[in-house]
Design a protein around this ligand. Structure first.
Ligand code: ATP
Ligand code: MG
Length: 270
């Protein structure tokens, strides 16, 4: 990757050609329900290049979060492989996985549920460093990076709006300077204009820190704005995968066309 000191960011074109960071092959997840085995993810394969944003879209229940959770090993796959920077994640020991958790972070949909209501922002931001036994970073800097200021430190999550809480979640996710962030519908719970601001922030942070994103969303306009490529899921399967602009402008599958037709435009994207 090429850092451009005059601009304080990585060269975007360089980022996207920097090789594969993550590869998922043949991911399967089955659950045992009342009616027997249910396959909620079925033979899903994709790769994500360093510095790229891959969108993952599909209707509710299509398996997007399950795929994301398998990449993070929050859910164990029934079958398949995940390779991260050449390391087989599913065969990684607890120690290796712990080291991986510094490199891979996640931001979930619900900014209310993700923050411990009994902790002040100061404690929330200190936690990742304590868990990993590493020295912290200046908290004012961590907050300014996400558009908040030091006055937030002594306050509790309930004293913030949804957008501000999601900014705190993002600050926490970026605390250990990860390289890959899974964003599981990070703005779906927010008002459209607030969501657009958070998306713009995510884009700016990506450029400043050379981040790689998996961006899960229901919104095709958002995917078109933020993503380089997009993977479309239908009932556990990948049905379309391609350049985000091409998929949004000339979708091949009827299912993708229906997804595009179902999502309204999103104003406020810079
Ligand atoms: N622990 C579980 N046990 C049984 N079934 C599950 C479990 N977790 C998820 N599922 C099922 O797997 C399917 C996919 O769920 P998943 O949460 O991955 O969908 P999604 O695409 O993220 O949906 P949404 O857009 O609503 O977030 C759903 O039918 C869900 O009910
Ligand atoms: Mg989900």
């Amino acid at each position: 990757m090429v850092w451009l000191p005059d601009f304080g960011c990585y060269h975007p074109a360089m980022l996207k050609d920097a090789g594969v960071l993550l590869e998922a092959r043949g991911l399967v997840k089955e659950y045992t329900g009342a009616g027997g085995q249910v396959r909620v993810v079925d033979d899903v394969s994709f790769s994500i290049r360093r510095g790229e944003t891959l969108g993952l879209v599909g209707e509710s229940g299509s398996g997007k979060s399950t795929v994301a959770r398998m990449l993070l090993r929050l859910v164990e796959p029934t079958a398949g492989e995940v390779t991260y920077d050449g390391i087989n994640l599913l065969a990684a020991s607890a120690g290796e996985m712990r080291a991986m958790r510094r490199r891979i972070q996640v931001v979930f949909q619900d900014p209310y549920a993700a923050l411990n209501p009994k902790m002040r922002v100061r404690e929330i931001l200190a936690e990742p460093f304590a868990i990993h036994g590493v020295s912290g970073r200046p908290m004012g800097e961590m907050l300014r990076e996400v558009g908040l200021d030091e006055s937030a430190l002594g306050r509790f999550p309930h004293e913030f709006s949804g957008g501000q809480r999601q900014r705190i979640n993002i600050a926490r996710a970026l605390a250990l300077r990860p390289e890959f962030v899974v964003l599981d519908e990070p703005v779906s719970a927010l008002d459209v204009s607030v969501g657009a601001q958070v998306v713009n922030l995510l884009r700016e942070l990506q450029r400043t820190h050379g981040l790689t994103y998996l961006f899960i969303s229901h919104s095709m306009p958002l995917v078109r704005y933020l993503c380089d490529r997009v993977a479309v899921m239908q009932r556990g399967r990948l049905v379309e995968l391609g350049d985000a602009l091409s998929v949004c402008e000339s979708p091949q599958e009827e299912y993708t066309k229906a997804l595009i037709a179902a999502t309204p435009e999103m104003p406020g994207l810079a």
